[in-house]
Design a protein around this ligand. Structure first.
Ligand code: CA
Length: 247
């Protein structure tokens, strides 16, 4: 294990919210291999108390709980300033809950019954994404690269496979927002708040039309987007691919 991995590992705190004791303990057993602290909340009230008691690096959140449910807890956490990654556990029958969960800001979900190795792969993917974002210096002159896209924040210029692309200011801000949060699903209302800011017109079709124009400029095949993909029933995300920051 590299030194950086050990350093990151030592800082990881994970909260498991799950009322089925067998599942909770099995997850805790595996998570303790890659995390410093793992705690379990077995009902919604305990979950809310613990969720706000500490800065967690990940919350694994079962949807169906005694007391407040997973969706209520997710909503409460997303009302907070600090962002904590949330991985939802859902049952096969709750398609609607899954969509709702992503809509109110969960990062990913795993459907029960799941294999521990599948869940741990998702957990590792979330850690990788969050830790690579944290290790980036917060600068306004950063250059971001995803696949063939290069985004230079200082000159506000974008190129696709070395070819410069003309974007409007809003299209640039929208693209930069996605590239700064690779893999994260944003619903249209969230994009209006984050990219348009206060004073936006509140029309979600504004987002759709900007995404379509952006795709026509950056996507090799705009009809089958490779970068900014639609998450059905929820919104959009940037395919994480090979997002890196160049010095
Ligand atoms: Ca449950």
């Amino acid at each position: 294990m590299k030194r950086n991995d050990v350093t990151a590992l030592m800082r990881r705190n994970v909260l498991i919210v799950e009322d089925e004791q067998d599942i909770a303990e099995l997850l805790a057993l595996h998570l303790r291999d890659i995390c410093e602290r793992v705690e379990i909340a077995a009902d919604g009230h305990e979950a809310l108390r613990l969720a706000f008691a500490r800065n967690w690096d990940l919350i694994i959140l079962d949807l169906c709980l005694p007391g407040p449910g997973g969706l209520d807890i997710c909503r409460a956490l997303r009302g907070e300033q600090r962002y904590v990654p949330i991985l939802m556990l859902t049952s096969k029958s709750s398609e609607l809950d899954r969509v709702l969960g992503l809509e109110i800001g969960a990062d990913d979900y795993v459907t029960k019954p799941f294999s521990v190795s599948e869940l741990m792969a998702r957990v590792r993917a979330i850690f990788r994404r969050v830790e690579s974002l944290r290790s980036r210096p917060a600068r306004n002159d950063e250059t971001l690269c995803v696949g063939g896209l290069t985004i230079d924040a200082a000159s506000r210029s974008v190129s696709v496979h070395g070819q410069p692309v003309e974007l409007t200011a809003r299209e640039f801000d929208l693209l930069r927002h996605f590239v700064r949060h690779p893999g994260r699903v944003f619903r249209r209302a969230q994009l209006l708040d984050s990219v348009w800011g206060y004073g936006h017109d509140g029309y979600e079709h504004t987002v759709n039309s900007h995404i379509n124009r952006l795709r026509s400029k950056i996507e090799p095949d705009p009809a089958h987007p490779a970068y900014i993909v639609t998450v059905w029933g929820v919104g959009y995300k940037l395919e994480p691919g090979t997002a890196v920051t160049n010095p």
